[in-house]
Design a protein. Structure first.
Length: 356
């Protein structure tokens, strides 16, 4: 088993990307797939990269494992510049980089054991070492009793666990997951995500997870970047991005459309408008939930709760509530300042004539 000990400098990014650009020629037209990507991926963390279809996620992950060359810029993995590696060094680096695919990529005519053993056989490992390692990783992914089964005899979740075992067989230091759960049902997704988290915690392996599903990011990732049209548009700790998404694409990926409110309101105040409809967003450590009495004491007119939501992410409370405030004219900046000790963001959604 690879040892992850004091010899690793955790202050140095495991993967460092600087000014990365990738161009493709498509029917005589140059497509700029990745635009000035700058990224530090820490050692031993689960790092999420999210974006919609066509955002550039697959291009990025293919450059990380050396399947695609960079057009300009650089990628350093453990301070090795991918562009400067010769063929033998690139093969060695790929052996340290496990890959997990969306559609499993298992060979249907081979058993589970044979699929997992294949990378070691190709590398001419002795049979006794192959047997020992395959047994070890199948036990790790909970499939010791499926070694002689064929992929057709497995569920989707079991197939992906075989894919994970195969990715681990070479003692990788990085796992790249390309939409690893998007072909799975919710139950299988939960099992696979729990397994990836366990692998990260037990083995200290850095995991880079590409997905279009925010729920996946939320479940296991430590940090996240949002990529849109080849550019990184937002990044940070998962709880921070979830609590206050700055970009429209992030809000769309988070599906932040609010539930229907029990009142009708307009974007601009009308002559009979009596209330402002306000949305307050907050984040706090679990042991420092906002004092709601202190929040509502900051309003100098009646305020009625219309809707609320709270979630727990990375030991933080992330929440929001929508209120009807019995004023249509007030100093929004001043109110925001008064609420700042308790609330991260204030937004005026519109105006209504009634609070009910």
């Amino acid at each position: 088993m690879v040892s992850f000990g004091s010899s690793i400098d955790f202050s140095v990014p495991h993967i460092k990307i600087r000014e990365l650009n990738k161009y493709y020629e498509v029917q005589g037209t140059q497509v700029h797939a990745l635009k000035n990507i700058n990224l530090d991926i820490p050692q031993g963390k689960i790092f999420g990269i999210i974006g919609k279809s066509g955002a550039g996620k697959s291009s990025l992950i293919r450059t990380l494992n050396g399947l695609e060359s960079v057009s300009d810029g650089s990628i350093h993995i453990y301070q090795q510049n991918l562009a400067k590696l010769n063929h033998a060094e690139l093969i060695q680096l790929r052996q340290k980089t496990g890959m997990i695919f969306q559609h499993f990529n298992l060979m249907s005519a081979k058993t589970v054991y044979e699929n997992v053993a294949l990378p070691l056989k190709v590398a001419s490992y002795p049979k006794d070492q192959i047997d020992a390692r395959v047994t070890e990783v199948l036990q790790l992914v909970g499939l010791s009793n499926k070694a002689e089964n064929y992929p057709s005899q497995l569920s989707g979740g079991q197939k992906q666990r075989v894919g994970i075992a195969r990715a681990l067989v070479h003692h990788p230091e990085v796992l790249l997951c390309d939409e690893a759960t998007s072909a799975l049902d919710p139950e299988s997704t939960s099992v696979v995500l729990s397994l990836l988290k366990e692998i990260n915690q037990k083995l200290g392996i850095t995991i880079v997870l590409i997905t279009h599903e925010m729920q996946v990011i939320r479940e296991i990732c430590d940090q996240v970047v949002v990529i849109d049209r080849g550019e990184i548009v937002e990044s940070g700790q998962v709880w921070s991005v979830f609590s206050s998404p700055q970009q429209k694409i992030t809000q769309e990926l988070l599906n932040l459309e609010q539930l229907e409110l029990p009142i009708q309101y307009t974007a601009q105040p009308q002559t009979d408008s009596a209330y402002s409809i306000i949305k307050l967003r907050y984040e706090s450590a679990l042991n420092h939930a906002p004092d709601l009495k202190a929040v509502f004491d900051q309003f100098d007119a009646p305020a009625y709760l219309l809707q609320s939501h709270v979630d727990t992410i990375q030991h933080h409370l992330i929440g929001s509530f929508i209120i009807a405030f019995a004023k249509t004219e007030f100093d929004c900046t001043q109110l925001s300042s008064k609420l700042k000790p308790y609330i991260a963001q204030l937004e005026v959604l519109g105006y209504a004539k009634s609070a009910h």
